[in-house]
Design a protein around this ligand. Sequence first.
Ligand code: DP6
Length: 415
Amino acid sequence: MAEKWVRMVTAQTPTNIAVIKYWGKRDETLILPVNDSISVTLDPSHLCTTTTVAVSPTFDQDRMWLNGKEISLSGGRFQSCLREIRARACDVEDKEKGIKIVKKDWDKLHVHMASYNNFPTAAGLASSAAGFACLVFALAKLMNAKEDNGELSAIARQGSGSACRSLFGGFVKWNMGKVEDGSDSRAVQVVDDKHWDDLVIIIAVVSSRQKETSSTTGMRETVETSLLLQHRAKEVVPKRIIKMEEAIKNRDFASFAQLTCADSNQFHAVCLDTSPPIFYMNDTSHRIISCIEKWNCCEGTPQVAYTFDAGPNAVLIAQNRKTAAQLLQKLLFFFPPNSDTDLNSYVIGDKSILKDAGIQEIKDVEALPPPPEIKDASRYKGDVSYFICTRPGRGPVLLSDESHALLNPETGLPK
Ligand code: DP6
């Protein structure tokens, strides 16, 4: 092969937050869970991964760059995703560029992959979910694989369990499946992102000094030691999944919020029931829970749902813009920015919520009244790093405009 061409595809994939949590595997290699889970996909304009994949006869090995830095592909999870997609590759022809790849060539051809998150990877915001979903989606398009997003979700799952839910927008269910090869352990859309578009999501990125136990290690230890997990997987989650699907379909916020908070709390209880116990939430997380619980209780009906993954960050889901604006006022009262922080970088994403809350400058934050339902009006400056305002969003898309590509179209190396 003396040709010099480079064929490229760029895709963008959202991240997702579980409202019924996945925690525990029954098969570590195939990544098969012990229970179903349900998530909401977040608007990719605020949180997403962009991935460019390229193939060329001039590449001599598979290579990958994450946020501009080359990373190793030796891990089993990358290898599983690459192997599964290659096995489904089909003929590709681009007459304009003089490219012709036949199915069997894909075994010999190497790929370059570059991925970029539009949010800090270190913030602990499920970057692996968006990352593996985007990689699998982009590779499938590059290799002209005919599989639909449900089938691709079963491949992304082998990169990271939660990644399978990022192949769809709106609300998504990951069916745990039954068969041994994992082919029925895949994601399905419950409703699309238009179905419940009043919802507003505010993420509090909580400052933390400690490095948390990774999800993979944490859930392995839970499976090995927690009896509560067995009860959760067998008795609790199956009933909750049915109720949660119903709440989402009926846009029943009260049930949705009750189920979401209860499931987050049970997930953290299962972590505490692990030996040695795992603590993902910190004092700030607990303060946020208490603030929401008191508000919900005082109103008599839930205004906001909270959920926490394997870290201290709070994901807060408000019923509509009005409650989201009130929520932001309460949050900024308790967690004002440090004096040297600019408000513009303290509340990011959909800033119109800040406007709805009547907050334009730091002095508006300083003047906020204490929430009436809370007796202790202490303020905790600096305990939250920043807030992201977002909403439910759509699934993966291809970006056809070459200006979005992360690899150079001539060399196939990072731009
Ligand atoms: C707490 O998908 O990161 O976010 O499958 O080992 O890669 P691996 O784990 P991962 O676990 C996510 C756990 C969670 C809950 C959830 O997203 O459902």
